[in-house]
Design a protein around this ligand. Structure first.
Ligand SMILES: *Cc1c(COP(=O)(O)O)cnc(C)c1O
Length: 384
């Protein structure tokens, strides 16, 4: 089965990890700051903080922005559950803004409509988390304009989008947000096995996140409540976590960062090959690329016209899997999950997201996908 996504590990990645194993530091050594610096430079942002996952990063991002009981966080329903769970971890409520039928990202028109209503009802969100689905940036300029009007803060969930650009700036530059979060899970653009990272230009947020990442402990006398007792001394001044990345992961990340641009351009080559081979299939809606962004192309999502195809979505999915094509579906609308249904969400809540769920398929997309693999995927779709 050709998987939908797959990591690429080279001998230099292996050597980088092995050299950490032979070094003095497995955690809290020089590799984490080196990885952070590489991403800081790449993204053109002031601060970068590596974490043990994007899920942890989203959690502390919400906490650093003061999200707590009584607050509301909005995100897209077409995302991985972590984009929304982070608000619940903080004791806040979560709500969903329907998607745009062209990009499948959060719809700016739906967001504005919902904000107008929320203002009347006095329940505006504290934080909005746009998700750059498949690596294509949301319309951040429009969302940040709404943030100024309605007084919310923005966390970009860029788990799919490292290496992408928006209005000619790297995703992660935080030009239109307080915080951006990346994921380095093996299916994503670059990997550290498990891992995530936060970027921000705000020194207060940087300071808070640094504390929350490591137990709320500081060794900086400037932040202590009393004079140091001695060289051993540290203070816990917040309730934090252990969300640190290891040196092994950071060494892998540094090594992978060197191939980030070539990975993304390889994904664009695969994209172009798919488009040229599949353009004639009238039952298939190919992905839309917005002129305002350069997508990292984490996913290649197609939509099926099930009427024209005369097969159900599930039948098409199963037929492709039976032919060795590991198609997938990103994502089940979050609020349809039983946990969210128990919170009171009902099916029908975001109609575009549900229509999308009934017709979407992710084709295999990763930089080491071969020409033969691509042809096999396209042949299976033509036979469908
Ligand atoms: C993968 C993913 C996450 C979670 O990332 P982890 O690093 O696995 O915690 C969050 N949001 C989106 C959109 C993702 O795709």
């Amino acid at each position: 089965m050709i998987p939908y996504g797959r990591q690429d590990i080279t001998q230099s990645d292996i050597d980088a990890v092995v050299s950490v194993l032979n070094s003095d530091f497995l955690t809290q050594g020089p590799k984490v700051p080196e990885f952070e610096d590489a991403i800081k430079t790449y993204c053109g942002v002031k601060y970068a903080l590596a974490m043990n996952s994007a899920t942890s990063a989203l959690h502390v991002a919400c906490l650093a922005l003061g999200v707590g009981p009584g607050d509301i966080v909005w995100t897209s329903p077409v995302t991985f559950v972590a984009s929304s769970n982070c608000a619940l971890y903080c004791g806040a409520e979560v709500d969903f803004v329907d998607i745009d039928p062209l990009t499948y990202n959060m719809s700016v028109a739906s967001l504005e409509k919902k904000l107008i209503q929320a203002k009347k009802d006095n329940n505006l969100p504290k934080v909005v988390i746009p998700v750059h689905l498949s690596g294509q940036s949301c319309d951040m300029e429009a969302i940040s304009r709404l943030a100024k009007t309605y007084g919310f803060r923005i966390i970009e969930d860029a788990s799919h989008a490292i290496g992408g650009r928006y209005l000619d700036r790297p995703v992660g530059s935080c030009a239109f947000s307080e915080i951006t979060v990346f994921s380095f899970h093996p299916v994503k653009i670059i990997t550290t096995a498990e891992g995530g990272l936060i970027t921000t230009n705000d020194s207060d947020l940087h300071h808070k996140i640094q504390l929350l990442r490591s137990h709320g402990i500081t060794r900086d006398p400037a932040h202590m409540t009393e004079a140091s007792h001695g060289p051993w001394y540290y203070q816990q001044i917040e309730l934090g976590f252990n969300y640190r990345m290891t040196e092994l992961q950071a060494a892998l990340g540094c090594s992978q960062m060197r191939r980030l641009d070539s990975y993304v351009s390889k994904r664009h080559e695969i994209f172009n090959d798919y488009v040229s081979q599949l353009a004639g299939l009238s039952f298939l809606k190919l992905p839309y690329l917005s002129p305002t962004s350069y997508s990292a192309l984490h996913l290649f999502i197609v939509r099926l016209d099930v009427k024209a195809l005369k097969k159900s979505h599930k039948e098409a999915f199963e037929e492709l899997r039976a032919k060795g094509v590991g198609v997938n579906l990103h994502y089940i609308p979050v609020y349809l999950q039983p946990y969210y249904q128990n919170l009171g969400f009902k099916s029908g809540y975001c109609p575009e997201a549900e229509t999308y769920y009934g017709t979407a398929l992710s084709l295999p997309m990763f930089p080491t996908l071969t020409k033969k693999d691509i042809d096999q995927v396209c042949q299976a779709l033509k036979e469908l």
